[in-house]
Design a protein around this ligand. Structure first.
Ligand code: ZN
Length: 63
């Protein structure tokens, strides 16, 4: 996370220091973005399992 490089438009301080409510809101939003990024590998894994089951079903039909 490059959160510390952001400068707040409200208090002109680093968002990382959370000097005002705008800073805190921006920081909270960044944390949420990080969480959604962590969900993505799990979704990819689910997609892989779905593709694998389809491939196995297709192979059983071919036999
Ligand atoms: Zn601020």
């Amino acid at each position: 996370m490059t959160c510390d490089r952001l400068v707040c438009a409200n208090c002109a301080g680093p968002v990382n220091e959370a000097r005002c409510s705008v800073c805190r809101a921006q920081r909270a939003r960044r944390h949420r973005d990080g969480l959604s990024a962590a969900v993505t590998p799990a979704m990819l894994l689910a997609l892989l399992v779905a593709l694998l089951s389809v491939a196995l079903a297709a192979r059983e039909m071919a036999l």
